[in-house]
Design a protein around this ligand. Structure first.
Ligand SMILES: Nc1ncnc2c1ncn2[C@@H]1O[C@H](COP(=O)(O)OP(=O)(O)OP(=O)(O)O)[C@@H](O)[C@H]1O
Ligand SMILES: [Mg+2]
Length: 299
């Protein structure tokens, strides 16, 4: 028996399909000066130990994150409960999806991994990996139904707008292919909005150690406490600011959007914006990767 999984290692959250597991993708060297709030677990890979949890702020990620030991720790943590050999489809940010990079990651992941997770050695056997550009998951999710490619849909012109935590990825699919030079990734997402509110609160109300998670919670309930009072957050205004920033970026895709038969809004951020998005948009990539695994690995 071999299991197939779709994994979306987002900057904000890791999503695993099937199972619909979702957790914050914060990972730091064990005993580091950075605060991990709500520590979830400890993973040792290749002799290095990391903590998985939830960071106090949006962590800036450099290009070298993908494929690094931290990244691997996060991935193996996501697979910690898979005891059977597995085949996985996963994504890389559009800007890092050159073929050689994808190949390198695929080769690196195939094999038997023995991370130490929360003090216990696990054996995770990966027999096959396929790495694709991130937004492709959303496309596959739209193209594949009941394990089959819906031919008519593959003939449409499609624009994927995936609004994540740290980035918004645009994928342009036209005449049956991805137009790589039209695909982009913008550094704006839900985390940008929270970080902005955090900075404002820090400055205006002297909350020097306010964490992102707290801001997220206060944002959801609509106010934050201040000396026993409630200071209300103008959510509509904040969301409008976010929307305006995004619309500005999308201007570069005016033609792509005009030519589109279908626009697929995905990513958790699209729920925040209230746009007409795909079903459970934060899982669209992972779900699409999983559907694609069924086709590309056969059986
Ligand atoms: N039910 C919901 N209502 C409103 N917003 C939501 C909901 N679920 C998720 N979100 C928003 O979506 C964000 C996460 O989106 P997502 O999981 O797509 O990001 P990501 O894939 O980790 O990031 P990136 O694509 O930048 O790497 C959350 O921070 C939250 O703001
Ligand atoms: Mg994402």
């Amino acid at each position: 028996m071999v299991v197939k999984v779709g994994i979306d290692l987002g900057y904000g959250y890791v999503k695993v399909y099937p199972g619909e597991e979702k957790f914050r993708s914060s990972v730091y060297p064990h005993v580091s000066r950075y605060g991990i709030e709500e520590k979830k677990g400890i993973v040792t890979v290749d002799g290095e130990t990391f903590e998985i949890g939830r960071a106090r702020s949006v962590e800036l990620r450099t290009k070298s994150f993908q494929g690094s030991a931290e990244w691997k720790a996060l991935l193996l943590w996501a697979l910690r409960n898979v005891t059977l050999p597995l085949k996985a489809v996963m994504g890389l940010p559009v800007s890092l999806s050159a073929k050689d990079m994808r190949k390198r990651i695929e080769e690196m992941l195939v094999g038997i991994h023995t991370p130490v997770i929360d003090g216990e050695v696990k054996e995770i056997k990966i027999t096959e990996v396929k790495v694709v550009p991130q937004g492709m998951g959303v496309l596959y999710d739209y193209f594949i139904e009941n394990g089959r490619l819906v031919k008519e849909r593959t003939k449409e012109n499609i624009v994927v707008i995936d609004i994540g935590f740290y980035t918004t990825d645009i994928l342009v699919y036209r005449h049956g292919e991805i137009l790589e030079d039209r695909c982009t990734s913008y550094e704006i997402g839900a985390g940008w909005l929270y970080e902005k509110i955090r900075e404002e609160l820090k400055a205006k109300y002297s909350y020097p150690s306010l964490s992102l998670k707290e801001v997220e919670e206060y944002f959801e309930r609509g106010y934050f406490p201040y000396e026993g009072r409630r200071i209300y957050i103008n959510k509509e205004e904040k969301i409008r600011e976010f929307k305006n920033r995004l619309i500005k970026e999308l201007r570069a895709h005016e033609e792509d959007l005009k030519l589109a038969d279908t626009v697929l809004w995905a990513g958790g951020g699209s729920l925040l914006l209230g746009v007409p998005c795909v079903d459970k948009p934060e899982f669209a990539n992972a779900r699409g990767f999983f559907k694609f695994a069924g086709i590309c690995f056969g059986g």
